[in-house]
Design a protein around this ligand. Structure first.
Ligand code: ZN
Length: 93
């Protein structure tokens, strides 16, 4: 979550985040796809942020590019089992 702090500190972020949570009814959308009901924890960018797109409103702040995930699904998507991976593996393009 701290990879692009300027996005999360932008005043546009909070309303986008709230809209995403509201749309998801506060539930993890990936769990919902598996017909499980589990509260969400993290708002995730479906198209991941990069240095190139972080200033693009449609990527960074459009609720259509956001999904609400539980911690498990968020960690799974970002493969955060090893905190160094974000630095060692370049983002896929
Ligand atoms: Zn989940």
């Amino acid at each position: 979550m701290a990879r692009f702090p300027e996005v999360y500190q932008d005043p546009q972020w909070e309303p986008a985040r709230q809209e995403c949570i509201r749309r998801a009814n506060g539930l993890c959308q990936e769990c919902m796809r598996k017909k499980k009901i589990k509260p969400g924890k993290e708002v995730d960018h479906i198209i991941e942020l990069t240095e190139d797109n972080k200033t693009d409103w449609d990527i960074a702040y459009n609720p259509d590019n956001l999904q609400y995930l539980c911690t498990d699904h968020h960690n799974h998507k970002h493969n955060r089992s090893n905190g160094l991976q974000d630095f060692l593996i370049p983002p896929e393009s």
